[in-house]
Design a protein around this ligand. Structure first.
Ligand code: MG
Length: 313
């Protein structure tokens, strides 16, 4: 038995429904708008906008509607150039929970994820505190602003230390999945802190396409689905800028304490200086320490091992 499925607009759906109205019975499968039966074809229209033609006559019946369905789908694709997750144009002045992460590209130091709620009424105060895109702020300024921020707005901060990071990574978890889980958890924490205070939306600084983000969260018990995604979201709403500052503050503080513990200034990023510092650690303190201080799967590990070997000779 052949089956053809078309996706149509509401107006075409109504036309199809009217066209088969005499053949429409009372039976209505779950999620459907109507079920019509003619001698050699069953036609089911669904609320989702899909129409299913089943039976010998399906080709003939579907053909009548195919061209309008095709035209409509093309128009729809034009209307939604980016994705359905884009924030509204007036988001800047709304009350938003934003989230961002820091440290994911750093060989040394943890991954930190923060979510923060900024009520529209607090926007002027945050601007006064100096909250803006952290790309334009020095580490010292970030620390200063963050110390004020954490007493000013509801937030959640999660730190994934490298020991745990390596454990998850070696068990087969991707960094993207770790990020998604931490963002989702931080957002849930902030919503819980709000105790029912109304907000206009949630904005995630986009690190994966939305489909992939939600696939990462497929096994989580609680997933916040009503979210916006935007790249460079720190510039889209102050809540993401605030989250980013808090996450960076935490990353910097963690780095300070790692430096103190190990007695070396650990460089940021994942460049040559990082290889050198890691080689020094291997040579002077032993390679086992890398597990605690670094993201082991980065290429830096192999480079540092080589450098340390060369230093011996
Ligand atoms: Mg980000």
């Amino acid at each position: 038995m052949s089956t053809i499925v078309l996706e149509v607009s509401n107006s075409t759906m109504t036309k199809i429904q009217n066209h088969y109205i005499k053949a429409t019975g009372e039976a209505q499968p779950p999620g459907s708008l109507f079920l019509a039966k003619i001698s050699d074809c069953t036609i089911t229209g669904y609320k989702s906008g899909k129409v299913m033609f089943q039976g010998k006559g399906s080709q003939r019946e579907a053909e009548q509607w195919q061209s309008s369905a095709l035209k409509e789908n093309k128009q729809k694709a034009k209307r939604q150039p980016s994705h359905e997750w884009a924030p509204p144009s007036n988001i800047e002045n709304q009350s938003i929970i934003g989230s961002d992460e820091v440290g994911t590209g750093n060989y040394f130091g943890p991954m930190t994820v923060a979510a923060a709620f900024v009520h529209s009424e607090k926007i002027p105060l945050l601007k006064e505190l100096g909250v803006k895109d952290s790309k334009y702020l020095s580490d010292e300024t970030i620390k200063q602003i963050a110390r004020d921020l954490i007493h000013t707005i509801p937030y959640s901060l999660l730190v994934l230390h490298n020991e745990k990071y390596n454990e998850l990574q070696q068990a087969g978890m991707s960094q993207g999945k770790m990020k998604a889980m931490l963002h989702n958890r931080a957002l849930l924490n902030v919503i819980a802190k709000l105790r029912g205070t109304a907000y206009d939306g949630i904005l995630i600084d986009q690190f994966a396409i939305p489909d992939v983000y939600f696939r990462y969260l497929a096994n989580e018990q609680e997933v916040i689905k009503d979210v916006y995604f935007s790249t460079r979201a720190e510039a889209v709403h102050l809540s993401v800028a605030a989250a980013s500052i808090i996450a960076r503050y935490s990353f910097l503080t963690e780095m300070d304490s790692l430096n103190e513990q190990i007695g070396i200034i650990l460089p940021k990023g994942a460049g040559n200086q990082v290889d050198e510092a890691a080689a020094t650690i291997i040579a002077t303190k032993g390679k086992h320490l890398l597990e605690r201080y670094t993201k082991l799967h980065f290429a830096n590990t192999q480079k540092a091992l080589k450098l340390a070997e060369q230093k011996k000779h």
